[in-house]
Design a protein around this ligand. Structure first.
Ligand code: FA5
Length: 335
């Protein structure tokens, strides 16, 4: 019986040698001294023994228990000392870490700026659905079925091919005119989608700002000259350069006639010296007016569409469009 006690001591002391944490210590303590430990069972079994033996073994077992308890207490103190020593490396006098404040994404900031500039010119700001009908995105905009933009390679078609992710914000021209009579001026900012490979200047999802100003045809109706004035005012304020010049180059979009590409040239800084393309625009095609229910020839107006990413890239000299959605905080924190 004594040898059983020796064995219990040996096992417990060996356990104590290998402890690395207070949790391990507690587990070892329960193994050695807990209610179902061999030592506790030993003590419980003593009541079946003769009086003399019981007293002798009981004393030995209780002494062992006391010894082990002291050993475990000592080991606990040592481990606690190690833990406190680690805590002391914490310099409570060091200046506190400043928590960083988040801020608005550069594209959202630019959109807010653009909205404010157009609002100051009397434009209403609207949004439209990103899932569009083929009719509003193409047919109503005078884009024939064999137009290359309608191909699978350029457009994300949804099941059944009657709906798609809008490829531009122009379908909102159609939706708005179906529901409203001129005169009006609106802008429609929003996301658009194109099924194309991404590179430094192309994303499959980007943002456009559509503009539309229409009135009854005749004197004072929105003209190409007005379009140029609106463009000039917008870009001068957006880029904070009052000397920005605007030039139109003849171009083709099925829903305008004549159609133009809008170029700007700045006087100083990042935009100085070279002509840069910033938007598509033109006079709304009479076929479009007819499709939305207006009488051919009764209305006159202009439309424009620009990519938000493009003008923000010009403003801040960003050379890769993929940075906007790349999630790299080093990039985003610069704004
Ligand atoms: C249009 O989307 C016409 N709806 C614009 C318009 C509106 C013309 C009203 C006339 C009247 P376009 O496909 O060219 O046009 O696109 C407009 C601008 O979007 C381009 O100038 C270009 O800067 C930008 N863009 C085109 N594809 C991408 C792309 N994958 N990633 C980023 N920007 C793009």
């Amino acid at each position: 019986m004594k040898s059983q006690l020796d064995h219990i001591r040996e096992v417990a002391l060996k356990d104590l040698e290998n402890l690395r944490s207070l949790a391990e210590l507690e587990a070892a303590r329960v193994r050695a001294l807990g209610r179902s430990s061999e030592l506790s069972q030993f003590l419980r079994s003593l009541k079946e023994r003769a009086e003399g033996e019981r007293r002798e073994l009981g004393e030995l077992a209780n002494r062992l228990r006391g010894e082990l308890e002291r050993q475990f207490d000592g080991a606990k103190e040592k481990l606690e000392d190690v833990a406190y020593a680690a805590l002391e490396k914490l310099d409570v006098t060091a200046p506190a870490l400043r928590s960083r404040r988040g801020h608005i994404h550069p594209l959202a900031q630019a959109q807010d700026d653009a909205n404010a500039i157009f609002a100051s010119m009397g434009f209403r700001i609207l949004e439209g659905p990103e899932v569009e009908t083929e009719w509003a995105n193409f047919d109503a905009l005078n884009t024939p079925p064999d137009h290359p933009a309608r191909g699978m390679q350029d457009t994300f078609w949804l099941q059944g091919m009657e709906h798609l992710m809008r490829t531009h914000t122009s379908p909102m021209q159609v939706r708005f005119m179906q529901a409203h009579q001129p005169p009006f001026r609106i802008i429609v900012p929003g996301r658009v989608y194109r099924n194309e490979a991404t590179d430094a200047t192309h994303e499959f999802q980007f943002h456009q700002i559509e503009g539309l100003m229409v009135a009854r045809a005749g004197e004072g109706a929105p003209s190409m000259a007005n379009l140029k004035g609106v463009m000039e005012h917008f870009y001068q304020r957006f880029f904070r350069d009052p000397n920005i010049e605007v030039r139109f180059n003849a171009s083709y979009f099925p829903f305008v006639e004549p159609g133009v590409e809008v170029y700007i040239k700045g006087s100083s800084g990042k935009l100085a010296g070279k002509w840069l393309e910033v938007a598509g625009a033109g006079m709304v095609h009479q076929n479009v007016f007819e499709r939305v229910g207006y009488v051919r020839g009764e209305m006159q107006g202009f439309a424009f569409g620009m990519a938000l990413e493009r003008i923000v890239m010009l403003k801040y000299k960003i050379d890769d469009i993929r940075l906007f959605n790349g999630g790299d905080l080093r990039f985003l924190r610069q704004f």
